[in-house]
Write a protein that binds this ligand. Structure first.
Ligand code: 5GP
Length: 221
């Protein structure tokens, strides 16, 4: 049995809910609001080598570590998943996940798409939610609206987003972020249904295949 399998077989009370989305979809806003509304949900604090932004706190938003420390943790097999994103490393440690789960918290794990695929291989008990932008045009407008990227960078980000969309096949559910309040309600509806074992009902409403089909269909209209 590998160390991962041994760890996986440990009893855990809470459940991880993994949320991923193409960059610019508004994932952080949706996740923050969901955490405020659901007192049983906690945020999974990742490690990153990126520098903290002004309002961010170490140990709350991320564990901010130098690249050398991150590599040491990789060597120690401390991460369930990790990925490079925009020149920095990001990873979910087994410890940050298992301690709150063992204490009975459900965890919201906000990560990028590649990491979510690794997560799926290692934690079969997790629930995977893909957040979609209202449309690819809306995503382009949002990236332009940020004012931080030039047209070439925006085109690159959109190409990455198109690739990231393919990963939706590995997710259980999809939610379209047309309007933040509704997206939060949909996400929390999925969490509640999973807790209560009403998965058939949730899959009917938010199952990834039909949400995506609808989303693509709306874009083709
Ligand atoms: P930011 O630098 O904007 O906080 O995050 C950049 C991207 O990294 C976001 O898509 C965020 O969700 C993702 N991310 C944050 N923590 C992790 C993590 O532990 N693992 C992976 N794979 N991605 C992460």
């Amino acid at each position: 049995m590998s160390p991962q399998e041994g760890r996986q077989s440990r009893a855990a009370n809470g459940r991880p809910f993994v949320v991923a989305a193409p960059s610019g979809t508004g994932k952080t806003t949706v996740c923050r609001a969901a955490l405020e509304r659901d007192p049983r949900l906690r945020f999974s604090v990742s490690h990153t080598t990126r520098a903290p932004r002004p309002a961010e706190r170490d140990g709350v938003d991320y564990h901010f570590v130098p690249a050398s420390r991150f590599q040491e943790l990789v060597q120690q097999d401390a991460f369930l998943e990790y990925a490079e994103y925009n020149g920095n490393l990001y990873g979910t440690s087994w410890a940050s996940l298992e301690e709150p789960l063992a204490a009975g918290w459900d965890l919201l794990v906000e990560i990028e798409v590649k990491g979510a695929r690794q997560f799926r291989e290692r934690r079969r008990d997790a629930c995977f939610v893909f957040l979609l932008p209202p449309s690819m045009d809306a995503l382009r407008d949002r990236l332009r609206g940020r004012g931080s990227d030039d047209e070439e960078t925006i085109s690159k980000r959109l190409a990455i987003a198109e690739q990231e969309l393919e990963a939706i096949a590995f997710f259980d559910y999809a939610v379209v972020n047309r309007e933040v309040d509704q997206a939060v309600a949909d996400l929390l509806g999925i969490v509640e249904a999973e807790r209560a074992g009403r998965t058939a009902e949730a899959r009917e409403r938010h199952g990834r295949a039909q949400v995506f089909k609808h989303w693509r269909g709306a874009a083709d209209d």
